[in-house]
Design a protein around this ligand. Sequence first.
Ligand SMILES: Cc1cc2nc3c(=O)[nH]c(=O)nc-3n(C[C@H](O)[C@H](O)[C@H](O)COP(=O)(O)OP(=O)(O)OC[C@H]3O[C@@H](n4cnc5c(N)ncnc54)[C@H](O)[C@@H]3O)c2cc1C
Length: 411
Amino acid sequence: MPERTTTVVVGAGHAGLAASHYLRERAIDHVVLERGDVANSWRRERWDSLRLLTPNWQSRLPGLRYEGPDPDGYMRMGEVVELIDRFAAVTRAPVRTGTTVTSVRRTEDGYHVHTDRGEIRCRTVVLASGACNEPAVPRLREAVPVAIEQVTPFDYRGPDALADGGVLVVGASATGVQLAAEIRRSGRPVVLSTGEHVRLPRLYRGRDVLWWMDASGVWDQRYDEVPDLTRARRLASPQLAGTPDRSTLDLNVLTELGVELVGRAATVRDGELLFSGGLRNVVSLADLKMDRLLGTFDEWAASGDLDVKPTERFEPTRVPASTRLRLDLRGGEIRTIVWATGFRPDYGWLDVPVVDEKGHLVHDGGVVDSPGLYALGLPVLRRRRSTFIHGISDDAREVVDHLTRHLATRR
Ligand SMILES: Cc1cc2nc3c(=O)[nH]c(=O)nc-3n(C[C@H](O)[C@H](O)[C@H](O)COP(=O)(O)OP(=O)(O)OC[C@H]3O[C@@H](n4cnc5c(N)ncnc54)[C@H](O)[C@@H]3O)c2cc1C
């Protein structure tokens, strides 16, 4: 006989644990199933030097705040794992580690969850299995000559493990700019293929730019107020890095380091990688959007009595008059390609027809179009800050509120 419980939460990252926190508060019987350990993705799927790009003071979870000595610093991966482990302990979440969910099916009164350790019948399921379960790599990788090593952020640990010689990093969002800088500093020639991106300074008017996002309310914008929600949900992470010196990491900094900028990788033809010629337009757009956002902060600051430095603007992104449009992948110049082209969720185990043709879950603020099925931890789930650690509290509370009402009406 399958075991029975009211709610199954899939995943013990911070999102699943936050769901557990509110389920316990409402006395809803539940289990949290985790294929690895608590905070599995931070333990196994990140590179060695990574630090959070959100400052320590911002790592707020339900019932847990940063109280360490360095509120303006940025956590290393070991510290993030400690934080989430502590959160699991504080919430006393009923986590079953080493338990992989292999299928979730709908039944008359709820769901049938199959795992590699048995079956559970439940009335509701919270999918907190993460938005970044695998690297999203464009299909052009298949045409890359075999002599070139191809690496994703899931396999990359540090520059020492790469072959000597040139490296092409594809993608210039947070991951791409961080890896390009680190690999360049290891002495290797680096070419960075740059598509649409979000440019941000680390500090603005003396404060962390993410303080401005938070305090001005930009990150609080609700999903049903965002003009183009589909686009907002696909938006790549901003060019930011969390470093002890709180320095900016943008394309100008990379150029100074000696990284060569090229346009978006378009295709591979006869062993040559072809780049778009639109780099100048792409960087102008990113500069324009950054200035617009800083203008929003300034307007907000002008309406209050804030202790901030005067308004500032940053040098436009410098791009060469003409950038390279092709790169011969057989000539030996490039030995490794690092695909920093984003991540995607994996719902291969979800046997409920709620995933679109692009592999994204169809939901309305975390309420999935199948009664009793919910999601947490996805980009702009209920607010702009949903995907971040500090974004989970309000989302989890509201989603569990909906789940509670669902249980009450079905009783
Ligand atoms: C490179 C990178 C840097 C980031 N930096 C920041 C940052 O600086 N600040 C910030 O706030 N956010 C950051 N994020 C975003 C976000 O906080 C993380 O992605 C975070 O891990 C999401 O938490 P989560 O609980 O939603 O998912 P996850 O942490 O991915 O947790 C999901 C859990 O579900 C488990 N799971 C998945 N499928 C199954 C299954 N079938 N059965 C059982 N278990 C399963 C996984 O093992 C995992 O433990 C970053 C993300 C990435 C990828």
